[in-house]
Design a protein around this ligand. Structure first.
Ligand code: AMP
Ligand code: MN
Ligand code: MN
Length: 318
């Protein structure tokens, strides 16, 4: 069993690095910090990284302020890459892969290209946090309160609060076990799902007014420009969940959110309800993700990007 093999590597080695993908989401942050806390607690020498600045709403998580975005040349016995389907998703931290004896890739994306020395990809896992939980337990270790906070965050965010179809009985059993450590999960849920800044509420009204519907109201598009963010005093991450307003419309199957990153470069988030595999659409633009949630970066002016994405969705529908 690969998780036992990985457990032996943990037991037999001393120095570790843990890293996840660019533009980190709750799973990237929660699974990395969960493994970071666990390894630190059992006495390992651990560095934790992310290529991008973490959204501040996750700053309640133990270890949040230890996350670094730059490398110092050194050697690690082992590096863990989590929730990351390919090397490019490591951004400038891709260099880390040359700094260790063993690179271990733990993920749940079907599109994972198995770039590491040891690859453990479980596409049935709702979140990478579930796999980290199993890794710790199968190897005979306990889950601490701090590690549980992080793993719970990973799982509850990637399953949309246990609402999406990637939620399994295993997900709920693991979450139950994590809750038994005494973590304040209602407070964590409130921070993650029921908290907005004033800037975000202002931005929401700007973003929802961009709504456009296509294909008999089955495709909804929302967008945000850099100017809109600035007008509302909002930052890059403040719009990250707004794609859900497009998806949530009763007649909609596919919700699209287009965010201007810089002139001529747009980040596109795709969400679906029941029928359309949005990962396939994202992959047409060199992106990826899951059946119900995927993303990609598309280049061109705004109308061009919008039409390219729209055409791809409509083609895929046929
Ligand atoms: P987002 O719309 O950025 O929240 O992404 C939705 C899901 O797709 C998340 O699971 C992401 O990790 C994944 N994803 C987004 N962009 C990419 C990409 N370029 N390659 C692979 N997976 C991605
Ligand atoms: Mn992720
Ligand atoms: Mn994930």
């Amino acid at each position: 069993m690969i998780l036992n093999k990985i457990g032996n590597i943990i037991k037999q080695n001393k120095s570790f690095a843990v890293v996840s993908h660019i533009i980190p989401d709750g799973d990237a942050i929660g699974s990395t910090l969960g493994l970071y806390n666990f390894l630190s607690e059992i006495g390992k020498d651990v560095d934790v990284f992310n290529p991008d600045k973490l959204p501040s709403k996750f700053n309640f998580l133990p270890g949040f302020f230890d996350v670094k975005d730059t490398l110092v040349k050194r050697h690690y016995d082992c590096i863990f890459v989590l929730d990351c389907s390919d090397k490019d998703r490591l951004g400038h931290l891709v260099e880390l892969l040359n700094m260790a004896d063993v690179v271990i890739n733990i993920d749940h994306h079907i599109s994972n290209d198995l770039f590491a020395d040891i690859n453990y990809v479980d596409t049935n896992a709702g979140a990478v946090g579930e796999i980290i939980y199993n890794l710790i337990r199968i190897n005979g270790f306990e889950i601490s309160y701090n590690t549980a906070m992080c793993l719970y965050t990973s799982i509850v965010t990637d399953t949309g609060g246990f609402k999406y179809s990637n939620t399994t009985s295993m997900t709920l059993n693991i979450a139950g076990d994590l809750i038994n450590t005494g973590i304040d999960f209602p407070e964590i849920n409130r921070i993650l799902f029921d908290t907005l800044t004033a800037q975000q509420v202002k931005l929401l009204s700007r973003v929802t007014s961009t709504l456009e519907l296509y294909n008999n109201n089955s495709i909804a598009m929302l967008h945000v420009t850099k100017d809109m963010l600035e007008e509302c005093g909002a930052n890059e991450n403040d719009a990250s969940e707004m794609v859900n307003y497009a998806r949530d419309i009763d007649t909609v199957e596919v919700g699209v959110f287009i965010k201007e990153v810089e002139k001529g470069k747009f980040r596109v988030s795709l969400r679906s309800k029941n029928k359309i595999d949005v990962r396939i659409i994202a992959e047409k633009f060199n992106g990826g993700g899951h059946i119900r949630a995927a993303g990609c970066t598309v280049y061109g002016d705004f109308d061009e990007v919008k039409n390219k994405v729209l055409n791809e969705i409509i083609n895929h529908w046929k």
